[in-house]
Design a protein around this ligand. Structure first.
Ligand SMILES: [Mg+2]
Length: 387
């Protein structure tokens, strides 16, 4: 079997673009992949065009060798754009291989270790609404929940969005404390600060809550500097959840080996696909760190993540953007007639050969890709702050 073509089909589905990739083979088997470098899809498309030149004519079964060739046969290896492109290709190759062998992808990764994948839900609400949302999740059987920081919709005179990191700390800590008093000690509740704080602000935030208020703190600061995270690690005992932006095992290395992160927020569509994810998972297992995968995209990333979750022993909860408080249209069945089945806080591991997801190319052809920017945030005096 040989690769005949590598196509990109960036498509707006629900409230976001999904960077869909298709690998076609000379035996009529095709595979689907998805890249996760959201809002920079055109750059990833360019990277795929470069890789396509030497992938055509190759044997799609040799996934590990193709990964090495894509990563190492560049003088300027790695980086988020190239690895996002490689991720989509690697996922699609696994889909092809599973279909060719007549087995679900988890069989290519060592076999099934769980029948369904536990999910965590997200609420973007603030204040009393956040407390009510967490109670709603618990009442509907969700026992892992992620919340969001206090971030009122404030604009400056030019209509630009304002976020003051320091001002968010006290109300966020106050309402999380109220939330924990309301739901008791059992449910696992964390917060995503979306790397909007400094080391000092993140430490102060943790100090404003009684111990045990939150079970994890996701991305309190930016992640370019493991040394900065180590400084923060010494200032609080709240577990961290880091890694959704990491684009290789080497970026995970200091965070795992130096005990900086306690949950690995691995993103299969950014880290280098399933090939790289399995290596990170093994490394995490050696350090008793569980995977808590980042999954904000669509059904292809979800399916790839489900197979990863099925095949590893060290796993906690997988992100899903479909819950009692969120219906964002990412899993639209008009575009994805075959996809994973969700049962409340569980995603069922599919036994369909390959990934177990199909994309309607003809439907997608009628839907344009929309160039989009992520939010830009400013302090009141006009300076840029992390989005
Ligand atoms: Mg996050």
């Amino acid at each position: 079997m040989r690769i005949r073509d590598v196509k990109v089909l960036p498509t707006f589905v629900g409230r976001r673009n999904q960077f869909i990739l298709k690998i076609e083979t000379d035996e009529g088997i095709h595979g689907w992949g998805e890249s996760g470098l959201s809002s920079r899809e055109l750059a990833v498309e360019g990277a795929v065009r470069h890789f396509r030149e030497f992938l055509i004519g190759k044997d799609p079964m040799n996934i590990g060798a193709l990964w090495q060739e894509m990563y190492r046969s560049n003088y300027f290896e790695g980086g988020q754009v190239l690895t996002a492109a490689m991720s989509a290709i690697d996922i699609a190759l696994h889909d092809v291989k599973g279909k060719a062998l007549g087995v679900p992808v988890y069989q290519l990764l060592g076999g099934k270790q769980r029948d369904w994948v536990p999910l965590f839900a997200h609420t973007q609400a603030s204040g009393q609404q956040m407390v009510d949302d967490v109670k709603l999740f618990v009442s509907k059987g969700w026992n892992a929940i992620r919340t969001w920081m206090w971030a009122p919709d404030e604009r400056d005179a030019q209509g630009r969005r304002i976020f003051e990191p320091r001002e968010s700390i006290a109300p966020t800590a106050h309402w999380l404390t109220k939330m924990r008093e309301g739901v008791g000690s059992e449910p696992m509740v964390g917060i995503d600060y979306h790397h909007r704080l400094s080391v000092a602000e993140a430490a102060a935030f943790c100090q404003r809550m009684p111990r045990g208020t939150i079970d994890f703190l996701e991305e309190p600061i930016r992640d370019e500097s493991p040394e900065a995270y180590e400084a923060l690690r010494r200032m609080t005992d709240v577990p961290f959840a880091i890694g959704e932006e990491f684009a290789s095992k080497w970026q995970f290395l200091p965070y795992i080996e130096r005990g900086i992160t306690q949950f690995a927020r691995i993103d299969v569509s950014n880290v280098g696909g399933l090939t790289e994810s399995m290596k990170v998972a093994g490394w995490c297992e050696a350090h008793y760190v569980d995977l808590m995968p980042h999954n904000p995209l669509g059904p292809i990333c979800s399916a790839a993540t489900v197979h990863l979750a099925a095949a590893v022993p060290n796993f906690s909860w997988m992100e899903i953007r479909s819950s009692p408080t969120e219906e964002l249209g990412f899993y639209d069945r008009e575009f994805f007639p075959v996809q994973c089945q969700q049962d409340g806080p569980r995603l069922i591991v599919t036994d369909t050969p390959g990934l177990g997801v199909e994309f309607d190319e003809e439907r997608a052809a009628k839907q344009e890709y929309r160039i989009g920017e992520t939010r830009h945030l400013r302090r009141r005096e006009g300076a840029i702050t992390n989005a």
